[in-house]
Design a protein around this ligand. Structure first.
Ligand SMILES: [Zn+2]
Ligand SMILES: [Zn+2]
Length: 159
């Protein structure tokens, strides 16, 4: 091994199955595919980055180094670590919500922009508890609903 290093082959690693196998780092993956066939019935460990990776325990530390899912895991961890900013963001969001909530409290009635004759809306609604519950529906349904409202309104006026 020393001789190999002196020759500039310092990217040599020991095979996890047999220390006498000195393999170039660039070749170790290919070697492991071949070499693990000679060492069946190995103890297995589950990869911490991807539970579908079942790794021979002897290869475990090597796999953790080169696992393709490690990059996304590191990214995920980084996002968690950068969370201290979120408390500031929450305060900011609360301030932003205030004007919105007051707008939401404004009553928005379906027929407010229509040509319905002027009247006291509260009084009108109290007379029509059933019709008042009708919301949504297709445009034609809404039109029919408004027509019905006008009819009932006229009837109430006569009474
Ligand atoms: Zn080997
Ligand atoms: Zn893995």
């Amino acid at each position: 091994m020393e001789a190999l290093k002196k020759c500039g082959y310092n990217e040599v690693v020991e095979c996890p199955y047999n220390k006498s196998h000195l393999i170039l780092k660039t070749r170790i993956q290919k070697h492991l595919i071949q070499c693990r066939k000679s060492y069946p019935n190995q103890e297995k460990s589950t990869c911490p980055f991807n539970t579908t990776h079942l790794i021979n325990k002897k290869e475990f530390s090597y796999h953790v180094e080169i696992c393709p899912d490690r990059a996304s895991f590191d990214l995920y961890k980084y996002k968690i670590d950068s969370r201290p900013y979120s408390s500031e963001n929450e305060n900011f969001d609360e301030n932003m919500d205030e004007p919105n909530s007051t707008i939401d409290e404004q009553p928005v009635e379906d027929w407010s922009n229509d040509n319905v004759p002027s009247y006291n809306p509260q009084q009108y609604c109290n007379k029509l508890p059933l019709l008042r519950t009708k919301v949504g529906g297709t445009p034609s349904e809404k039109r029919a609903f408004r027509e019905a409202q006008r009819e009932v309104f006229k009837q109430n006026q006569k009474n």
